[in-house]
Design a protein around this ligand. Structure first.
Ligand SMILES: NC(=O)c1ccc[n+]([C@@H]2O[C@H](COP(=O)([O-])OP(=O)(O)OC[C@H]3O[C@@H](n4cnc5c(N)ncnc54)[C@H](OP(=O)(O)O)[C@@H]3O)[C@@H](O)[C@H]2O)c1
Length: 259
C-alpha cells in the first residue's frame, strides 16, 4: 500500500463481506504500520449489515447500514458527520448474486419479480442513495486533480453489455449494468458540481467469497483470487486514479472494461 493512502478518511460500505472486510483490514493495517514511524490521521469507517464483526482498531469505526433502506443510509451518514468533517474515499463493496432461496437465473423461465427487484435495490440503487447522502462529506475531502476524492463501487464484468457472450444471470447482469449507468451519470453530474472527485466502477476478479462460492467450478486454475489479493489490487488501482478518470469502468489491474 503506498504512502498516498495514509492520512485519509475512508468509508467502506459492506465491510463484513469477503472483499470489503479484506479492504478494512488492509486500511487498518496501514494505519498500524504508519503508527510505528509517523503520526497519522487515517480513519476507517466501515459498515456491517447483519452482524457487527469483532475486528477492532483505534481508528476503525463500525456502523450499521442496510443499503436497501434509505433511512439506514442517511442515519449512517449523519453519524459520520458527527465524528469527522469529511470523507476522502468511499468504496461500496456490497453485492447480491444469490440468496438462501434464490439463485441467479439460467433461463428466462426462472425470472421472478421479487428477486429481480432485490438485485436492483442492492446492486444498482444503493450506490446512488449512498452518493446522495455522502456528498456533503465528500465535498469537504482533501483533494486535487491528481489525488481526487474517490467514490468507487465494486461492480462486475458481467454487467458489461459489450462483454456479454454467455447470457444468463438476468437479474445480476441487469442490476450491474444499471449500476454502471448510474455511476457514469453521477460522474457527469459531479464533474460539474463537485471538483476533483473520481467516480469509478470496478471488476474485482473472480474472488473466493461466499458470493462466488457456488460458481467456482469453471474457474481456471490460478484465476481464483483471495479476497486479500483482490482488495489490495483494487486499492492500488484507486490510489493511481486522477479526476480525469472519473466515469471509468476498470478491473483489478486497472484495465478499462467496455460498457
Ligand atoms: N466474488 C467475486 O468473484 C465477485 C466477482 C465480481 C464482482 N463481485 C462483486 O464484488 C462485491 C463484493 O462481493 P463479495 O464477493 O465480497 O461478496 P460477499 O462476501 O457476499 O459480500 C457481500 C456483502 O454485501 C453485504 N450485503 C448484502 N445485502 C446487504 C444489504 N441489504 N445492506 C448492506 N449490506 C448488504 C453482505 O452483508 P451480510 O452478509 O451481512 O448481508 C456482505 O457483507 C459485490 O458487489 C459483488 O457483486 C464479486
Amino acid at each position: 500500500m503506498n504512502n498516498e493512502m495514509n492520512n485519509k478518511t475512508y468509508l467502506i460500505i459492506g465491510g463484513t463481506g469477503g472483499i470489503g472486510q479484506a479492504m478494512v483490514q488492509q486500511l487498518v493495517q496501514q494505519t498500524t504500520d504508519s503508527q510505528s514511524n509517523q503520526s497519522h490521521r487515517t480513519q476507517v469507517f466501515a459498515t456491517y449489515h447483519r452482524n457487527e464483526p469483532n475486528i477492532e482498531a483505534e481508528n476503525l469505526h463500525w456502523l450499521p447500514m442496510d443499503v436497501s433502506d434509505e433511512e439506514s443510509i442517511k442515519k449512517a451518514a449523519d453519524t459520520i458527520k458527527q465524528t469527522v468533517s469529511h470523507v476522502d474515499w468511499v468504496i461500496n463493496c456490497v453485492g447480491l448474486l444469490h440468496t438462501e432461496t434464490a439463485q441467479p437465473e439460467k433461463a428466462l423461465r426462472q425470472m421472478e419479480t421479487e428477486f429481480f427487484l432485490q438485485n436492483m435495490k442492492i446492486n444498482a440503487l444503493a450506490s446512488l442513495l449512498i452518493a446522495k447522502h455522502i456528498k456533503p462529506l465528500l465535498a469537504k475531502a482533501n483533494r486535487s486533480a491528481n489525488h481526487p476524492a474517490v467514490f468507487a463501487t465494486v461492480s462486475a464484468r458481467v454487467g458489461s453489455i459489450t462483454d456479454n457472450q454467455l447470457g444468463g444471470w438476468y437479474s445480476y447482469r441487469m442490476s450491474k449494468a444499471a449500476l454502471n449507468m448510474g455511476m457514469k451519470n453521477l460522474s457527469i453530474e459531479w464533474g460539474r458540481s463537485l471538483k476533483d472527485v473520481c467516480v469509478v466502477v470496478m471488476q474485482p476478479g473472480t474472488v473466493n467469497t461466499q458470493l462466488s462460492a457456488p460458481f467456482q467450478g469453471n474457474v481456471a486454475e490460478g484465476h481464483l483470487f483471495s479476497p486479500a489479493y483482490s482488495a489490495e489490487c483494487l486499492l492500488e488501482v484507486l490510489s493511481g486514479m486522477t479526476a480525469t478518470q472519473s466515469g471509468s469502468f476498470v478491473d483489478w489491474a486497472g484495465e478499462s472494461i467496455p460498457w
